[in-house]
Design a binder for this molecule. Structure first.
Ligand code: SER
Length: 323
């Protein structure tokens, strides 16, 4: 039987691209997109779309029953920077939504769950270089706390109730289709937009802040692959370390300059600097590479080329429409 998939948070940066990819792979009508509002018209108009409140168990369950859903990708979350402004809201959204989905799986309404974790599970006491899977984890952001606690619950639900839950610790994700919102790694997307529109970017992190990053296509591939892997291959039920590349704002600016020599950057670190400073610089993802054969494809120069090409097209098209 073909699997019926529900994506919660389908209007967001990762959810939107995941929706398109899963529809392409598993059939257009097999994938139901949902979000709390109609905030991304490309998604809303692209196929079956439902308003679902991830914080409301009944709202999720009604949708699951309506379409006979067996697999949920829970992509709704409040990210690190916004989470510091609204700590209780971040806690409530990130935890309640996870419990609702895990409880639906425990009660056998659904069979399989994907839930993203993050490099934010690590903290200032974690080794920063090539951070191992198993290490000190004392996250200092509310977002990181929700992700770490969430990981513990995922593993618990798997061990105690046999829930098939799979998870990845995403690094910063770079993409051009849908903007990220409220994250600390968002600078690595904004910088490309500003390079095209203004030729200048004032970065909210310092020039030497190195963070783990990944192109969207790689992130989607990892997500699809871990969900398609056989049950036995998935040895870690908390969340897998996942890595591609690491760079600093200075390095991404230099790579933009190879295409746009006049591009300029300045640095005005704000409260997000402290968040970035608490995270690893690079990640050891040997378990993912070993257990389900993870491999990334995009390096910084590939990402820069693709981002500038696609954003150039996007802004030129918008300009034509305006004129
Ligand atoms: N991209 C996220 C953030 O910056 C990290 O998972 O909050």
């Amino acid at each position: 039987m073909k699997s019926k998939i529900l994506i919660i948070g389908a209007c967001g940066q990762i959810g939107s691209e995941l929706t398109f990819k899963l529809r392409q792979l598993y059939g257009h009508d097999q994938v139901i997109a949902s979000d709390i509002s109609y905030s991304n018209l490309d998604i809303v108009n692209s196929g079956i779309f439902e308003i679902v409140d991830a914080q409301n168990y009944a709202s999720v369950k009604v949708c699951v029953e309506k379409y006979g859903i067996d697999t949920i990708y829970l992509m709704a979350a409040m990210l690190s920077a916004t989470g510091e402004k609204f700590p209780m809201k971040a806690w409530d959204l990130n935890m309640q939504s996870l419990f609702h989905v895990l409880n639906l799986a425990r009660a056998k309404f659904i069979k399989k769950v994907f839930w993203p974790s993050s490099i934010a599970v690590f903290g200032p006491t974690t080794p920063k270089e090539y951070t191992p899977q198993y290490t000190v984890m004392e996250p200092s952001t509310v977002y990181g706390i929700t992700k770490q606690v969430g990981e513990r619950w995922c593993e618990y639900y798997h061990n105690k109730y046999g829930v098939d839950v799979r998870s990845l610790r995403y690094p910063g994700i770079i993409s051009w289709k849908t903007l990220p919102g409220g994250g600390t790694t968002d600078y690595a997307v904004e910088i490309y937009h500003k390079a095209i529109t203004d030729g200048f970017y004032d970065c909210f992190l310092s020039e030497k802040t190195e963070l783990p990053m990944m192109f969207m296509d790689d992130a989607i591939k990892a997500t699809v692959d871990i969900m398609a892997a056989s049950n036995d291959a998935i040895k870690i039920r908390s969340s897998y370390n996942l890595a591609a590349i690491s760079f600093t704002p200075h390095e991404v600016a230099e790579s933009i300059k190879t295409h746009l020599p006049d591009f300029r950057i300045s640095y005005t670190p704000d409260y997000r600097q402290d968040i970035a400073d608490s995270w690893p610089k690079s990640i050891n993802d040997a378990y993912a590479r070993q257990d389900w054969k993870w491999k990334h494809a995009f390096k910084l120069e590939d990402i820069t080329k693709e981002m500038l090409l696609q954003l150039n097209k996007k802004y030129s098209a918008a300009l034509k429409e305006f004129n």
